[in-house]
Design a binder for this molecule. Structure first.
Ligand code: ATP
Length: 340
């Protein structure tokens, strides 16, 4: 519950369980946050690879408009091996990100030694904008181009979000990651914008890393990072690496935010539908629960979010990756709520 005085607010959540392990982990996430006292009402949306196979629907405009009426969207995972690559990714995930203007992709990481840092990935532009095409397709002289779209407005708003977030952190430090020595047009725009916005935040320390150097630092010296801001493609790759150094795919949560709150933000675990383990009770639900924590934080439910986060931390020992199933981990998280 949240609100001023006696007034309380029930948060309306659109739930897309999706495919494979998606519904399994989302059901745990909803149980846990409800047990922690979150005041939510949920509506299920049947979307994903299975729905596409059934009737050809990916994400139609009417459904998109329906989603706009909710306070947040919680998504498990979408995609099935029978659907050709790109159909669900572009038609559902990217369409939602672009249409709802979810321009911040936020991924927090906690290392085994407890150090936390956050990667902010630009979520609506760059190489993912869909610019490009084929010439002479299917011939020996085929040409494919895939441009990277970078606008001043798009770079500035996500960089500004990075400075605002860094300002709330202990060290007040923001690193820009790009590849300015080779990508001299888009890199120049990003670096100039970063430096100009930095003048407005004299209390925030800054650094710049090329993306290849950042990959080395992630493995050898991740403590140097507190908040990172980067473009769509570099952010996609870097955050998978972030997941790998901080407890694995079963723990990695993400938020797709519209910080201006002109449409609902979308929260999802980083992992996919994992068809190899679907339906076997083997999926780790922690990433989904932590994604719901990000959702609660964004909805202003800081206290409830902190309780659930603490319960997840207590349940998951970074030292030994638990070789146990969905139910056992769910029970451990519930136990952490009670203990807390
Ligand atoms: P996508 O392209 O949708 O990301 P993918 O198959 O490349 O799909 P995932 O679905 O994330 O990637 O799965 C990669 C592997 O990680 C799976 O084979 C699965 O064994 C493992 N995995 C993913 N998520 C989990 C989880 N929550 N718990 C346990 N194992 C998982």
């Amino acid at each position: 519950m949240s609100g001023k005085g006696n007034e309380t607010v029930t948060h309306r959540i659109a739930v897309i369980g999706g495919d494979g392990i998606g519904p399994e982990v989302i059901s745990v996430a909803l149980d846990v946050i409800t047990a922690a006292g979150a005041d939510i009402s949920t509506t299920d949306f049947d979307l994903g690879g299975q729905r596409y196979l059934r009737d050809g629907t990916v994400l139609d405009d009417d459904t998109l408009d329906e989603l706009r009426a909710y306070d947040a969207i919680l998504l498990g995972a979408v995609g099935t091996p029978e659907v050709p690559p790109g159909v669900i990714e572009r038609g559902l995930l990217l369409k939602a990100r672009f249409s709802l203007d979810l321009y911040v992709n936020l991924r927090p990481f906690t290392l085994p030694d407890g150090h936390s840092f956050t990667v902010i990935r630009e979520n609506t532009e760059g190489a993912y904008a869909g610019e490009g095409g084929f010439l002479r397709k299917g011939t020996p002289h085929e040409i494919a181009t895939q441009g990277s779209v970078n606008t001043r407005m798009g770079a500035e708003r996500v960089i500004r979000y990075g400075f605002e977030l860094a300002r709330q952190r202990e060290r007040r430090h923001l690193t820009l990651v790009h590849k300015t020595n080779v990508l001299t047009f888009s890199g120049d725009l990003w670096e100039r914008t970063f430096n100009e916005v930095a003048v407005e935040y004299p209390d925030v320390g800054t650094a710049y890393n090329h993306v290849d150097a950042a990959c080395i630092h992630f493995v050898e010296d991740p403590h140097r990072y507190e908040v990172i801001v980067t473009d769509n493609l570099f952010g996609d790759i870097l955050t998978d690496l972030g997941g790998a150094i901080s407890g694995g795919i079963g723990l990695a949560a993400s938020a797709n935010l519209n910080p201006d709150r002109t449409s609902p933000s979308l929260f999802e675990p980083v992992h996919g539908s994992a068809p190899d383990i679907a339906g076997q009770g083997l999926a780790n639900p922690t990433a989904a629960v932590l994604s719901a924590v990000l959702m609660l934080e964004f909805l202003g439910e800081a206290e409830c979010a902190a309780r659930v986060r603490a319960a997840c931390e207590a349940a998951v020992s970074h030292d030994e990756v638990p070789d146990i199933g969905t139910d056992e981990i769910a029970k451990a998280i519930h136990a952490g709520l009670t203990d807390g």
